[in-house]
Ligand binder design. Structure first.
Ligand code: XMP
Length: 513
């Protein structure tokens, strides 16, 4: 399949370039700046990302441009544009004309293939300290702003384009057009990347790779592991054994509901109720980090004990997705992180790793889920932390506290599923993640009928986000909050007050613990 290579020089927006290319139904890989795959005939173009460095910094990332310039189309963005200029007889300087934020292309060569469909004075997003003050001899200027003469330059004969601004960010209003011009018109993408083609190719490859071997997969009830299981099930059927561990801190009836959904999908799932062990080991523990460690450790123990019963297993499948890997494959050289909800391979089993979603972004995982005919409710589920409600109960954990929280949370989430907003969308689908927190270290006074109560508050949390790295508190409608609050206080014994958490991340986190 055709692909675009995005060489990552460490910019915060590199992933976004990847997203934009995928939105053009074109496969792309984000690779460290020095890992261009020579001799790969499926590569139809290269994009060089921005960077936190100046080309003059000692530590600045270097790449041998001869590997691709003049051979396939190249687009340099920000640092990429500066680097190409710097290495080819142009000049990059600290001139004092730093540009951050919106700018307009006051001159623009509308005949250049990169700007097809652009409008005069197009708004772009700039973020650079250094400025290109001379471009390579064989290039010509194709756009300028009032402050920056070389906002974009090109050498059509070398199929080389370079832009000082960031077309991948939303504030570059015609950035998508620019990327489409590059990827589709200039590089010649056939736009063949789709969920259907992904399923077809991946199923074929999985069959070839795995053959008749047995595969184990840890299910969490979340989107990634569920889609991963369904994809593998399509490829190898009964040779896939899934393990779903119930640590007792899932949402109300979640274990049974999800098990049922999995059965409906024809998956071979072993459900393990290990809640007693988790509650025992968590008894009296109040420190958030200790709770997390205990749950992580117990999870590995329970999962591995089950996995070992499948003595002929050769593979461990994981629902790792692309953003997890980009973080870890990044040029800082960190190792690949293990899946939160599996916690590591049983080493003595000598299993090979299989990660069929490792090229997909979250929304693409969902598209694959739809393609596989999975139930919408499973595909659209909000993320849920591996340690579950344990990180949403302040203080120590007991079965009774979990039950109270499950009841309150169920009212909150079900109401969210049932609330249709003015724009016709369901509230649950407009929120990245929502959950309830039991403030069980706090009591407050209330009155119910003629009786004084002295019980716990709950905090409702809902955030909007694109990747959970940053998040804003969601502006939920007042009438919705009023209904949920009433229902929780009236129906859930043990709760007499409801608060709404209006903190963003950073400085807060999404989970309370
Ligand atoms: P924070 O609280 O760090 O959470 O803002 C960011 C996202 O990660 C989820 N989360 C976890 N997911 N295992 C997981 O699988 C964990 O231990 C864990 N802790 C937090 C959280 O729900 C949010 O989506």
């Amino acid at each position: 399949m055709q692909k675009i290579i995005i060489l990552d020089f460490g910019s915060q927006t590199t992933q976004l370039i990847g997203r934009r290319v995928r939105e053009l139904d074109t496969f792309c890989e984000i690779l460290p700046y020095n890992k261009f795959p020579n001799n790969d005939p499926s590569v139809i173009g290269v994009i060089l990302s921005g960077s936190p460095y100046s080309v003059h910094d000692k530590e600045a990332f270097q790449v041998d441009l001869k590997q691709f310039v003049g051979k396939i189309p190249v687009l340099g963005i920000c640092y990429g544009a500066q680097y190409i200029s710097h290495k080819n007889g142009g000049k990059v300087e600290q001139t004092g004309t730093r540009e951050y934020g919106r700018a307009n292309l006051s001159t623009i060569d509308l005949n250049n293939s990169l700007f097809k469909g652009f409008h005069e004075n197009s708004q772009v997003w700039m973020s650079h300290g250094d400025t290109i003050t001379a471009i390579p001899g064989n290039c010509k200027t194709i756009a300028s702003t009032s402050d920056v003469k070389y906002a974009a330059y090109a050498s059509e004969e070398n199929r080389l384009w370079a832009v000082q601004f960031h077309p991948e960010v939303y504030h570059s209003l015609e950035g998508k057009t620019l990327l489409k011009n590059f990827v589709v018109d200039i590089c010649g993408s056939k736009q063949e990347w789709s969920a259907a083609s992904y399923v077809e190719t991946t199923v074929r490859q999985l069959r070839e790779r795995i053959g008749n071997d047995r595969v184990i997969l840890g299910l969490s009830g979340g989107v990634d592991s569920s889609v991963c299981a369904t994809l593998l099930n399509k490829a190898i059927g009964k040779n896939l054994t899934c393990i779903f561990v119930d640590h007792g801190m899932l949402r109300k009836n979640e274990f049974s509901k999800v098990m049922k959904a999995y059965e409906g999908l024809g998956l071979n799932v072993i459900g393990v109720d290990a809640s007693e062990k988790f509650f025992q080991d968590l008894k009296g523990v109040t420190d958030p980090e200790k709770k997390r460690k205990i749950i992580g450790r117990d999870f590995v123990e329970v999962f591995n004990a089950e996995a070992k019963k499948i003595t002929d297993a050769k593979w461990l499948a994981q629902g790792t997705i692309y953003p997890d890997r980009i973080e870890s494959l990044s040029i800082t050289g960190m190792v690949i992180k293990s899946h939160h909800n599996v916690g590591g391979l049983p080493k003595d089993m000598h299993l090979q790793l299989c990660e069929p979603l490792k090229w997909l972004f979250k929304d693409e995982v969902r598209r694959v889920g739809y393609e596989l005919g999975m139930p919408e409710r499973l595909i659209k589920r909000h993320p849920f932390p591996g340690p579950g409600l344990a990180v949403r109960i302040l203080g120590d954990i007991t079965r009774e506290k979990v039950r109270i929280l499950q009841e309150a949370d169920d009212i909150y989430i079900e109401n969210m599923h049932n609330y249709v907003c003015e724009d016709g969308k369901v509230l649950y689908d407009k929120v990245w993640q929502a959950g309830t927190v039991l403030l069980s270290t706090i009591r407050s006074v209330g009155v119910m009928g003629d009786e004084r109560t002295y019980e716990h508050p709950v905090a409702l949390r809902a955030v909007t986000s694109t990747d959970a790295m940053t998040a804003d508190w969601a502006h939920l409608p007042y009438d919705f909050l009023a209904k949920v609050s009433n229902e929780i206080i009236n129906k859930v014994k043990g709760v007499n007050r409801v608060c709404y958490d209006i903190s963003s991340k950073p400085p807060s986190t999404i989970e309370w613990e």
